[in-house]
Design a protein around this ligand. Structure first.
Ligand SMILES: [Zn+2]
Length: 261
């Protein structure tokens, strides 16, 4: 199989998104020798109660950094304004610069039908930044990548799309039972979100809710705790099931992993 850098970059909209949706996958890939990088496009500055925007941004950067440190991962913040993420030339270029700096073989981004506008925008920017990361005429500092990273899409908060319709079936579920402890530890750094989730979503205990969310994913796939993913297989991206092969023992409902090349 064609080789890719053993480096994965997770680009999400907010500082706690990675821990909420894909910390299990990152932990398992870490165990396979991958270097892990986590990025938040926004500063998360709307996600604070009893703190100013500036204080909230500083607090959330620290929370994200500490959570990433649990995996020995680098944490980046592109500094866009929480709740007002726009797909601009500037943020596209900074995202491409980040990809060129990290040089990942795999990128994780939000799914296009996610409930949150910032997530959808971040997903669109991530997709385009991956595609452009190889092109020498893009006015960025870093050296162009040798090949377009493989792109995977992370789950939304709910089992519905932005309009409330059922989600299309994921390409695979991932059994995260063996790494649930690490995921829980990572998420626990985002203490500022306990109050925010009460106000915004009526979620009384964010951490317990998150655990039950992973348990509900597990119930759909026959294990105790699970995450789920789509691989971006549209034009411009290679259809190589790299994660499905690297994490074969933990993959459920994988229709591609057995394909021989
Ligand atoms: Zn978010």
């Amino acid at each position: 199989m064609e080789s890719y850098n053993k480096s994965i970059l997770c680009i999400q909209a907010h500082p706690d998104d990675t821990e909420s949706w894909c910390a299990g996958l990152l932990t398992l890939l870490k165990g396979r020798g991958y270097s892990i990088s986590i990025a938040s496009m926004t500063d998360g500055s709307l996600g604070g109660i009893g703190m100013t925007r500036v204080e909230t941004a500083a607090c959330r950067f620290e929370e994200g950094r500490k959570a990433a440190a649990e995996l020995g991962a680098d944490f980046y913040c592109l500094g866009e304004r929480d709740g007002f993420l726009f797909d601009t030339e500037e943020v596209r270029l900074r995202t491409i610069d980040l990809i060129r700096k990290v040089r990942p073989g795999i990128v994780l981004g939000h799914v296009p039908f996610d409930y949150h506008s910032d997530h959808r925008t971040a997903g669109t920017i991530t997709e385009l930044a991956c595609l452009l990361s190889t092109l020498p005429n893009v006015p960025c500092q870093g050296q162009p990548l040798e090949k377009t990273p493989l792109l995977y899409r992370t789950a939304p908060l709910t089992f519905t799309d932005v309009l409330g319709f059922p989600l299309p079936p994921p390409h695979f579920f991932l059994d995260i039972g063996t790494v649930m402890g690490t995921k829980t530890k990572m998420l626990a750094h985002h203490k500022s979100q306990i109050e925010v989730m009460k106000v915004m979503h009526g979620i009384e205990d964010f951490f317990a809710y998150s655990k039950e969310y992973n348990r509900a994913n597990g119930a759909k796939s026959g294990v105790e705790f699970a995450e789920y993913y789509w691989q971006h297989r549209g034009g411009g991206f290679r259809d190589i099931p790299l994660i499905q092969r690297e994490l074969k023992e933990w993959i459920i409902n994988n229709e591609k992993g057995e394909k021989s090349e």
